[in-house]
Structure formats: C-alpha cells, structure tokens
Design a protein around this ligand. Structure first.
Ligand SMILES: [Zn+2]
Length: 253
C-alpha cells in the first residue's frame, strides 16, 4: 500500500494531504506481436508511473498517481481482433471530467503520462487550458524520454526490441519465448513525404505489418531493459519533482 497511489490510499491518509501534482497514466489495449500481451502499454506505463512517483515522493514531492486509463486511440487497428479503440473525442471528454475534479479541489497540476503512440493529448491540453486557466496540464510520452540507440540495436516502435526488453525486465513471466515472436517487419508508404514525416497520415496497421509488430524484437534481453528502465524512471521522477516545485505563474526564464 502506497500513499502516493490513489487506488491503494485511504481517505484517512488522503483527506489532509497536500497534493501538488496528479499523474494520469494512459495506455492502450492492443495486439503486440505474438510474444507480448495486449496489456503491454498499460503494464509499462503503470509501473513507470509508480516507480517514478515513488522516487519523487521520497524527495518530498506531493504527487498522487491516478488509476490508469487502459484504452487508447486505436482507430488504425479497427480490423485487428480485440484492439480496443477510444476515440480522441472520448479521451477529451474524460480529461474534461478529470480536470473539473482536480480544478475544483485546487490540485492545479496534471501530468498525463502516456504509454501509447496512438494517443496524442497536445491539442486537448490546449483546449483544456482555455477551460481551466488556473491549471498547468502537460503530457509526456515516456518512450521518448531517452535515445533508443543508447540502449538498443534496432528500433521500430511497437513490440520492438525496446518494448520487449523492458517487459522482460519488468514482468518476465508475461513475455513469451522470443522464438515465438514474429520479426516485426513493416511496410513503408509509397509516398516519400509520408516516410520523411513532413507529411502525415495514419497507418492502416494490418496492411503495414503481418504480425502486428513494428520492429524486430529478437535482440531483446532483460539486461538492456533494466538499463533503459532505470534511465526512464530517473527522467520521469525528475519531471515530477520539477513540476511539483514549479510556480505555475512563473514558468519561464
Ligand atoms: Zn506498446
């Protein structure tokens, strides 16, 4: 039981506690090649939120981790069995209700900790800022808090070497043997600008990859996962600490 995890805390410990920053982990439920579970993004983002918040808490930061939202934007995977889509407009409605609660209770700082590439909260945060001008709301994609090539030989982005290694470290019992994994081969767009990323379109996942993975997981191991994970926890804990100690009305230098 941890007082900085809302789902585990009691009214007794929460009612008089000074809370500076609420953290909302947000994942997705989707296929992750043949070797990782559908809950991969949720498992990782929840664990990262917990371990980073613990570090921040031990340094005296008033953090509280809210229960994770387990469904993300999977509009491009509508034909992949049991990938569960939450539309961006639904996500915005959820965020409005949560911000309303926090704002009313004078908890003005919110960090959305994101673990899924299809989620993009930036435009929602702009609109929330208009509705709740007293609040400081930010988002962080934990998987962008480090340089992939510092830890891993191959990239990809979905059920790849990085995700597999971190899962092997965090929940080894939930990772299937790598000889069962597909190679995570992916197709590129025929249009050059889309591959160069200065133009953007959603990818139709089932046409891009045959095993639902993007990126070869075969060189993953838990030792790489541990190194990367520790880097991520340090970075995210630092962000939480910085957010807690910041004055919302004096954010620039
Ligand atoms: Zn994932």
């Amino acid at each position: 039981m941890s007082d900085f995890i809302l789902a585990e805390a009691t009214w007794k410990t929460i009612k008089d506690k000074k809370i500076e920053l609420a953290i909302l982990p947000w994942g997705a439920t989707e296929a992750h090649n043949y070797h990782l579970p559908y809950g991969t993004d949720n498992i990782m983002v929840e664990r990262i939120a917990r371990d980073a918040a613990q570090q921040a808490w031990e340094k005296g930061s008033g953090v509280i981790v809210l229960p994770a939202i387990p469904f993300g934007v999977n509009t491009g995977q509508s034909d992949i069995k049991l990938d569960i889509n939450l539309n961006p407009s639904t996500q915005f409605a959820i965020l409005c209700d949560l911000a309303e609660v926090l704002n009313r209770q004078q908890i003005y700082k919110l960090l959305i900790l994101n673990g899924h590439g299809g989620n993009d909260f930036r435009q929602m945060i702009r609109e929330l800022g208009l509705r709740y001008p007293k609040m400081f709301i930010c988002c962080c994609n934990w998987y962008q808090s480090f340089s992939n090539s510092d830890f891993f030989e191959s990239g990809g982005g979905h059920a790849d070497e990085m995700e597999t290694s971190v899962m092997q470290y965090v929940v080894p019992e939930m990772v299937r043997p790598l000889d069962e994994a597909g190679e995570g081969r992916s197709k590129k767009f025929r249009i050059k600008a889309l591959n160069e990323k200065w133009a953007w379109a959603e990818r139709r996942w089932s046409q891009v990859t045959s095993d639902t993975g993007i990126g070869n997981p075969k060189k993953a191991n838990p030792e790489k996962g541990e190194k990367c994970y520790n880097e991520v926890i340090g970075k995210i804990a630092g962000l939480m600490t910085d957010l807690c100690s910041s004055d919302i009305n004096n954010m620039y230098e």
